[in-house]
Design a protein around this ligand. Sequence first.
Ligand code: SF4
Length: 493
Amino acid sequence: MPAFPAAARVALADTQLRHNLAHATRTIRDKRAAVVGEVAQWEALRLAGAAVKESALLDLDRHLEQLEERLTAAGATVHWARDAEEACAVVAAVARAHGVDEVVKVKSMATAEIGLNEALAAEGIAAWETDLAELIVQLGGDLPSHILVPAIHRNRAEIREIFRREMAAAGRPAPDDLTDEPAVLAAAARAHLREKFLRAKVGVSGANFAVAESGTLVVVESEGNGRMCLTLPEVLVSVVGIEKVVPTWEALDPLLRLLPRSSTGERMNPYTSTWSGVTPGDGPQEVHVVLLDAGRTRALADEVGRQALRCIRCSACLNVCPVYERTGGHAYGSVYPGPIGAILNPLMKGVGQAGPEGAQTDSLPYASSLCGACFEVCPVRIDIPSVLVDLRAQVVDAHRGDRGVKGEAVAMRAAAWSFSDARRLAWAERASGVAGRVLTRLGRTTLPGGRRAAGRLPGPGAAWTGARDLPAPPRESFRAWWARTRPTQEDDR
Ligand code: SF4
């Protein structure tokens, strides 16, 4: 995956994508704002949610041990996975032990993060996504681009075409009279998936939360497909990030109230499924839980960044982010896109790594305008802008010893040199005024409000102006304006 600036440039050139994203994010934003506005004590609820997650993280080891003990007592088998490879190996071993060549999956960020579908495919096992949006992404041979609505970049006509073209090869074909009406598309998906639910012996899930005191996993969803996955197969494997644990049911209360309003703009989740181990004669008779680290303890060790582990994956930060709205999720190169992806990926993977993957990770903390909208909407008050700034500092520190001179470093040194001396600064202001006069006359672009801007600059300036407007500097600096309008106070400068 290329670094964010290169990937974003491709996305920005796709006008259909930008149209789809703008429409979808605006719709979800408006819905969220309306239902959040109904809660008089929303800020108090946010504080409660943040406090619950923060204290759970500070005592994570104790809660996880309790969770393991209660799950085991309830008949589940608990596995610990340090990384993606170990987690995928557990799921594959369970599937192999039951001789299956397919599993059904409820939408799960953790399994997408570890590349489970690809790992199972390498073993000859097909993993069928059962969430409607995930199904669209899978059939389209595509990647998810949003936490909650993975197919947000697709419109109805595109979805109809994918169903018509791909469904037959994956199971029950789309009906001949398929239209792009949402109800008709949903009915086609339902018939296609029903066949898979009834056939599958093994189900795979994630979990939104894990309650330590009772050893209970919790999945919240809107469609009910998750509940089918959790109850119909004989065997269930759940891959759960270790940060999902909360100590008690009471602690879960504010989170279950914050999540639906922040994510789908609903007052409560249509389906909330909970399960603890095995119940004889009811639901899966073999239950495995894989507790996944994969960089989470690394993030936990970062004093500023550990708050990112509070995330309850509501996606509210994506829907308000001006950068996400224009580039979509693919540009972030991860299952966690948008503002949370821009901090979670570097925190879990570590910055300053060599090679293209390291460069991609290092580019993410810069994929933000730092406008702060993400913090305003985050139900668990993750201060994403502060974490971004801290991660930028970490990226700079990690590359201090690199060979070669970067244009940005040269520009910063030049700025420091100018700002550290009043005469140099005055000279720079005069030069900027001259540049402003020239640009105002020759600039090719006019910005809203009438200000002129430069087009693409040659040489090193091209990297900056390739994707941005460079507004003409003011013709007159504040200092010059002061001297001109208050000549008698010249000495007061
Ligand atoms: S960072 Fe906050 S707003 Fe963004 S997905 Fe996580 S909980 Fe939601």
